[in-house]
Design a protein around this ligand. Structure first.
Ligand SMILES: [Cu+2]
Length: 69
């Protein structure tokens, strides 16, 4: 299991969090997603390391942006 934390910009409420969570959960291999709206931190648990571009695409699909890290 891998756990990776990303920073997502633009989330303001629980609805934002669930949109991001739903899209990121759609990435193959992802088993859990935890979103902290206040900090913008999104912690993703997956079977194998994820391609950051897949995560970026999912976050953008939800209407938000991945902060540069
Ligand atoms: Cu919102």
């Amino acid at each position: 299991m891998c756990e990776t934390t990303y920073t997502v910009t633009g989330m303001t409420c629980g609805h934002c969090a669930s949109s991001v969570s739903e899209e990121v959960r759609g990435i193959p291999g992802v088993s859990d997603v935890a979103v902290d709206v206040a900090s913008g931190r999104v912690t993703v648990t997956s079977e194998a390391p994820l391609n950051v571009e897949d995560v970026r695409a999912a976050v953008e699909e939800a209407g938000y942006a991945l902060a540069a890290s």
